[in-house]
Design a protein around this ligand. Structure first.
Ligand SMILES: [Fe+2]
Ligand SMILES: [Fe+2]
Length: 188
């Protein structure tokens, strides 16, 4: 099959109805696409893997099922093993080696996209003017966006070989164009 954004979106929205999960999917997609462009990689393929990484979360909300029980569903639909393996690799508990740049990038974008999104939600100007420094400060407040695993944020930057500030700046830049879709204030 051809892995296209339309196809991935169709799969995602067949299994996922919650607005917050859909927003998470498009935020991680935008971040992963941003890195695909920076690295000169296949943006469409990277974006689809990111879009689908939590596609089965509504169906399988616990770690004894997510994302491993989603894999056969993707296989049935004809998605290539490379995409399925990438989706599986985002989950810490499966301990799949992150041996491709796409796997490293997806992992690095997953938690931080959610965190930057949360930072934007509490600012009147959304993501405009959001500096890495203030994101870092919020990372140190355990009660803020408490569901975001800080250790995975730090590990992700390290996996990409980036300073945390640079990684944060990249994610802010990646999410800015889709601020409206994320329910964030836009400059317009
Ligand atoms: Fe997940
Ligand atoms: Fe996720």
């Amino acid at each position: 099959m051809d892995v296209t954004r339309d196809r991935a979106w169709e799969t995602l929205t067949r299994y996922t109805k919650s607005e917050s999960l859909l927003r998470h999917a498009i935020a991680v997609e935008a971040s992963t696409r941003h890195y695909a462009r920076l690295f000169g990689e296949d943006e469409e393929f990277w974006g689809c893997a990111a879009l689908l990484h939590d596609f089965d979360y509504e169906l399988h909300p616990t770690l004894d099922q997510h994302p491993q029980d989603g894999a056969p569903l993707l296989r049935e639909e004809g998605y290539p093993e490379e995409l399925i393996d990438t989706v599986l690799s985002h989950a810490e508990h499966l301990q799949i080696p992150r041996d491709t740049l796409l796997k490293k990038t997806l992992f690095a974008c997953d938690e931080l996209s959610g965190f930057v999104h949360a930072c934007g939600l509490v600012r009147p100007s959304g993501l405009e003017g959001l500096e890495p420094k203030s994101v870092r400060k919020k990372l140190k407040q355990p009660s803020f966006a408490a569901g975001v695993h800080r250790d995975e944020v730090y590990a992700g930057a390290e996996l990409l070989g980036l300073e945390l500030d640079e990684h944060i700046a990249n994610i802010v830049q990646a999410l800015r164009p889709i601020a409206g879709e994320l329910g964030l204030p836009t400059s317009a």
